[in-house]
Every structure is written in structure tokens, then in C-alpha cells.
Design a protein around this ligand. Structure first.
Ligand SMILES: [Fe+2]
Ligand SMILES: [Fe+2]
Length: 261
């Protein structure tokens, strides 16, 4: 059996540093083959930089997926082609830089990783995530597993992606809402599924950010600057065990790793 740990959206320095500190130990303790993280909020809550990518990779993250915040950091569109362990959402419009599919190799195993962004309440120009996922999955042969990050707002769209890919990939795990869901399961044809992996960052927050400016925005409708919260830092992750001969999952477990305060 092989093991993959997926980390929910890493948010800000607090989340990043705790992830960097804990992953080497978790790799050893849980005997992980692969660690994949969604890094779309790693740089101050908005996007990611090449330096942060290197920081995460050097601490034991094997591959990084992104989401709607992919281009928030200036210059990242120029940098992404030089970052072979990072994939941008696969259903961005044609012509965007970056890889739409990663192949990760560890311990004699080879897996594919990609993310797609949902189209419900995302307000972005995107190709169909289902057709794009279908195309990517059917093209790739000879892999021991495929991991899919469905980055979406609507729980129904995420669950639809799980059912759509059931039996064809190892796992479909949701990101973007930053709230871990308790619905992890193995689907009938062997794909592990969870609606959202949660947040690696401050849980004394509203989805990773300081509550007061967000409350003010809800009360007044006036746009405000969001700042990453601090305190109660937790890793929200999902551990998937899979059979590398079939590429299908045998177990899925939520895992929370809280920083002592
Ligand atoms: Fe996010
Ligand atoms: Fe997002």
C-alpha cells in the first residue's frame, strides 16, 4: 500500500511555518510516500511565490496545487514555468503559463496530480472542469495513482467531481472553502473523496483571515483589506492509503495537527 497526505490550503506565514516544521516528522511517523499541498494562500493569504515554493519543497512537500489565487503575487506568471513541482489549475483558459498536470516520483512509485477550479460562484473565466479532468485522466497511463484537487465553492460541484471520476482516480479532494468537512469516504468504485480538506493556518479566524475587517465588510458592504490571522495554527490534512497496482484508495482519514500555543 502507498500513502499520500494532502494538505488543505496553506494560509500565510503561520500556516507555512507550521507545515514546514511538521512535514518532515509526519513523513516519518506516518510513513508517507507523497505529500501534496494546496499553496494558493501561502503568501500572505494571496497566491504563492517561487521562494515559498522552494521553502515548502525543501521541507518535504512533493507537489503543490493552486486555485483561484494562482496569479495574486506579481511575477508568479513569469516564474511558474520554472517550477516543475507546481501545477496551476488545469482548466484556466488556453495559453496560461504553468503545468496543468504533475508527475511525482517517490519510492519507486509514480503518481499524477492536478487541480481544476469549479465554475459555480467562482466568477472567473474557466474551461469546463469536468471535461478537462476527463481529458487529463484518460490520457495518462502507467501511473500508480492520480490525485485530483477540486478547488470550488459549491459542495455539490465538488461531490459531482467525485462521482464523475469515481473508479478512475485515487482521490478527489476539495479545497478553497478552508473549512474541513467530515464526509471523507471511499466511493463505490474505489476513489477516496472529501468535500474540503480544510485550512493549514490560523483557526482563530474567518477562513484564515482576521475576523473584524470581514465582519465590517458584511455589516457595511464597504470593501476592506484582508489580513491573515494569527493564533490557533493547525494543519488540516487528509491521509489517503491506496493500492499502487490498481491506483484505487483503500482508506481515507482526516488528520489535524495543532501547533502548541
Ligand atoms: Fe484558499
Ligand atoms: Fe481558492
Amino acid at each position: 500500500m502507498a500513502k499520500l497526505l494532502f494538505l488543505g490550503d496553506i494560509c500565510g506565514r503561520g500556516g507555512r511555518q507550521w507545515v514546514s516544521h511538521r512535514i518532515p516528522t509526519l513523513r516519518r511517523e506516518l510513513e508517507l510516500d507523497f505529500v501534496v499541498a494546496n499553496g494558493e494562500n501561502a503568501a500572505g493569504g494571496f497566491g504563492i511565490t517561487a521562494d515559498i515554493v522552494q521553502e515548502l519543497l525543501s521541507n518535504g512537500v512533493d507537489g503543490i496545487t493552486l486555485g483561484n489565487h494562482v496569479w495574486d503575487q506579481r511575477g508568479f506568471d513569469q516564474a511558474i514555468d520554472g517550477l516543475p513541482k507546481v501545477c496551476r489549475p488545469a482548466n484556466l483558459p488556453e495559453g496560461c503559463p504553468g503545468r496543468d498536470f504533475l508527475i511525482l516520483e517517490r519510492n519507486g512509485l509514480k503518481i499524477g496530480v492536478f487541480s481544476v477550479i469549479g465554475r459555480v460562484m467562482m466568477n472567473m473565466s474557466l474551461d469546463c472542469p469536468f471535461k478537462k479532468a476527463d481529458k487529463l485522466v484518460s490520457k495518462k497511463q502507467g501511473l500508480n495513482g492520480i490525485f485530483v484537487d477540486i478547488h470550488a465553492e459549491a459542495t455539490s460541484e465538488k461531490q459531482a467531481m467525485g462521482w464523475f471520476l469515481d473508479g478512475r482516480v485515487t482521490a478527489v479532494i476539495g479545497t478553497h472553502t478552508h473549512v474541513v468537512t467530515a464526509d471523507e469516504k471511499i466511493m463505490p468504485k474505489g476513489t477516496a473523496f472529501q468535500t474540503d480538506a480544510g485550512l493549514c493556518g490560523s483557526h482563530r479566524s474567518i477562513i484564515g483571515c482576521e475576523p473584524d475587517p470581514i465582519i465590517h465588510r458584511f455589516l457595511t458592504g464597504i470593501p476592506c483589506r484582508l489580513t491573515v490571522a494569527s493564533g490557533d495554527i493547525r494543519i488540516n490534512a487528509t491521509l489517503i492509503t491506496f493500492d499502487p497496482t490498481t491506483g484505487l484508495a483503500t482508506d481515507i482519514q482526516r488528520l489535524e495537527d495543532k501547533q502548541p500555543e
